[in-house]
Write a protein that binds this ligand. Structure first.
Ligand code: NAD
Length: 469
C-alpha cells in the first residue's frame, strides 16, 4: 500500500484506491487517498519547513538539488520499473528519457539558480536593486503521461528558488512519486521540504484551495486548469499552467520527405500519442499529399502499440475513432483495438490511427484526443498553411518540415504556439521557455522563467546623498 509522505514521515491515512496495470488491466497496487486532514497536515508540514529552507543560501539549495539527482541515479532501476508498471511505457524510452530527465532537471536548475545574478539599476545618486524571495508553499499538481519527468521539471526550480512543496501526482501514476519521497529521505533532505500526497481530482482541489498554499503549478488538461483557476481566484494565487494541445504539423513539398515521415511518426505516436506536444493535425502541401499519407499510414502499421493509461482514457480515444467515422472521415489505417491473443487483450490498447477527409470545424479536428492518432489534410499555399495551423483554440507546439531556410523562419515566426520545431520534434534545451498560448496555458517555465514564477522580486531603492565638494 502506498502511503503519503509528510514532514519526513510515511502517513497511512485516507481510504484506499486501486491503481491498474495498463498492459493487462490487473490491479497493481492500492494507494491511500488524501482526505482534508491529510492535505492539511501536508501543507502545515511544508509551512513549518519553509522559513529555514528559504533562509539557506542558494548555493546550498543547489547542493541539495545535486544530491537529489545523485539519489535518483542511485535508484535508477527502481524508478524505471515503477514508471513502466504504472504507465506501460517502453523500457527504452523510460531508460533514456523519463528517468534521466528527472535527474537532469535537478542538475540543470541547480546551475541556473546558482549562476543567476540579481538585477541592479543605477541613476545618478540612486541605486535600485532587486532581491527575489520564494512564494512560500507551492502546490505541484501533475498528470500521468510523463509522471516523473513532469514532476521533477516543476519540483527542481520550485525547491532551488527556496519554496517548500506539496506534490500530488496523478491518481493513475503514483509509483515514481512514492519512490522520490523515499529518495528525499535517503539523501537527508530536511523534513517537510518535499511532501507527497496521493489521490484523485478532489484531493488536488483540497490542496489548491488550502489557505496555506501560496502558489500553484499545474500540468494537465485545460478543463482541470479552468477548475483550478476558479479554485484559487478568491485568494488571487499565482498559477503556472501547462495545459492541453491540438498541435499542428506542416509538411511542405520542399521537405526532405524521409526525414519528415520519420519525424512525423515520432511526433504522432510517441508514448501512444500521450504527450502534450504530439501532433494531431497534419497539413501537407498538395503535390506530396497522397505519397505522404500512404507512407505515414504504412509506418503507423509498424508502430508497436502502447497502452492508453486507463480503461476510461481508452474509451475516450475510441469514442474519437467512432466520431471520425460519424463525421465522415476516411480511415487510412487503424481505427480499432489490436488483438494480441494474450493477457494484453484485457489491457488498454488502441490501434495507431491515421484519418483524412474531415473539415477544420469537425470536433475531431478541434478537440484534444491524446492518443496515437492524427488527421491529415492538404494545403496549397504557405499562407493557407499558416492559417490552418493557427485556426485552433490551442497553441502549445507546432512542427514544420521544409528545406527552405527563408520559409522556415518566416512560417515559424507566424505560428501561434509557445514552441515551434523545424525539421525535428521534442528537442529541448532546459534553459529555454516552455509553455503554450491560448487554451494551452498561462506563463512559461524553463530556465530563468521557472525561477521567475517560483519567486517574487522586491525592488529596493536607495538615495545616495553626495557629499558637498
Ligand atoms: P488532468 O487534468 O485530468 O489531471 C492532471 C492532475 O490534476 C491529476 O493529478 C489530477 O488528479 C489533478 N486534478 C484533477 N482535477 C483537479 C482539481 N479540480 N483540482 C486540482 N487538481 C485536480 O490531466 P491528465 O489526464 O492527468 O493529463 C493529460 C492532460 O495533460 C492532457 O490534456 C495533456 O495535454 C496535458 N499535458 C500538458 C502538458 C504541457 O506541458 N502543456 C504536459 C503533459 C500533459
Amino acid at each position: 500500500m502506498l502511503t503519503h509522505f509528510i514532514g519526513g514521515l510515511r502517513v497511512a491515512a485516507g481510504p484506499p484506491f486501486p491503481v491498474h496495470d495498463p498492459v493487462t488491466g490487473e490491479v497493481l497496487r492500492q494507494v491511500h487517498e488524501a482526505d482534508p486532514e491529510v492535505v492539511d497536515r501536508a501543507v502545515r508540514a511544508a509551512r513549518e519547513a519553509a522559513r529555514d529552507w528559504a533562509a539557506l543560501p542558494v548555493a546550498e539549495r543547489a547542493g541539495w538539488m545535486r544530491r537529489l539527482a545523485d539519489g535518483i541515479e542511485a535508484r535508477f532501476d527502481d524508478l524505471v520499473a515503477a514508471e513502466i508498471a504504472d504507465t506501460g511505457k517502453p523500457l527504452e524510452q523510460t531508460r533514456t528519457l523519463d528517468i534521466p530527465r528527472g535527474a537532469q532537471n535537478f542538475r540543470a536548475f541547480a546551475e541556473i539558480a546558482a549562476q543567476r545574478p540579481d538585477d541592479a539599476f543605477h541613476l545618478p545618486g540612486v541605486l535600485s536593486y532587486t532581491v527575489r524571495r520564494p512564494l512560500g508553499v507551492v502546490a505541484v499538481i501533475v498528470p500521468w503521461n510523463l509522471p516523473f519527468l513532469l514532476m521533477t521539471w516543476k519540483l527542481a526550480p520550485a525547491l532551488v528558488a527556496g519554496n517548500t512543496v506539496v506534490v500530488k501526482p496523478s491518481e493513475n501514476t503514483p509509483g515514481s512519486a512514492a519512490l522520490f519521497a523515499e529518495i528525499c529521505a535517503e539523501v537527508g533532505l530536511p523534513d517537510g521540504v518535499v511532501n507527497v500526497v496521493f489521490g484523485h481530482g478532489p484531493s488536488g482541489r483540497l490542496l489548491v484551495e488550502h489557505p496555506g498554499v501560496d502558489g500553484v503549478t499545474f500540468t494537465g488538461s485545460t478543463a482541470t486548469g479552468r477548475a483550478i483557476m476558479k479554485s484559487v481566484s478568491d485568494r488571487v494565487k499565482p498559477v503556472s499552467f501547462e495545459l492541453g494541445g491540438k498541435n499542428a504539423g506542416l509538411v511542405f513539398a520542399d521537405c526532405d520527405l524521409d526525414r519528415a515521415v520519420d519525424g512525423t511518426v515520432k511526433s504522432v505516436f510517441t508514448n501512444g500519442g500521450q504527450v502534450c506536444l504530439c501532433t494531431e493535425r497534419l497539413y501537407v502541401e498538395r503535390p506530396i499529399f497522397e505519397e505522404f499519407c500512404a507512407r505515414l499510414a504504412a509506418r503507423a502499421q509498424e508502430v508497436t502499440p502502447q497502452p492508453m493509461i486507463s480503461a476510461e482514457h481508452r474509451e475516450k480515444v475510441l469514442s474519437y475513432y467512432d466520431l471520425a467515422r460519424s463525421e465522415g472521415a476516411k480511415v487510412l489505417t487503424g481505427g480499432g483495438v489490436p488483438s494480441f491473443g494474450d493477457s494484453r487483450d484485457s489491457g488498454y490498447f488502441v490501434e495507431p490511427t491515421v484519418v483524412t477527409g474531415l473539415s477544420e470545424w469537425s470536433r475531431f479536428n478541434r478537440e484534444e484526443i491524446f492518443g496515437p492518432v492524427c488527421h491529415v489534410a492538404p494545403f496549397d499555399t504557405e499562407a493557407e498553411a499558416v492559417d490552418l495551423a493557427n485556426g485552433s483554440d490551442y497553441g502549445l507546439a507546432a512542427t514544420l518540415w521544409t528545406t527552405n531556410l527563408d520559409r522556415a523562419h518566416r512560417v515559424a515566426q507566424r505560428l501561434e504556439a509557445g514552441l515551434v520545431w523545424v525539421n525535428t520534434w521534442y528537442l529541448r534545451d532546459l534553459r529555454t521557455p516552455f509553455g503554450g498560448v491560448k487554451l494551452s496555458g498561462i506563463g512559461r517555465e524553463g530556465g530563468t522563467q521557472s525561477l521567475d514564477f517560483y519567486s517574487e522580486p522586491t525592488t529596493i531603492t536607495i538615495k545616495l546623498e553626495q557629499p558637498d565638494a
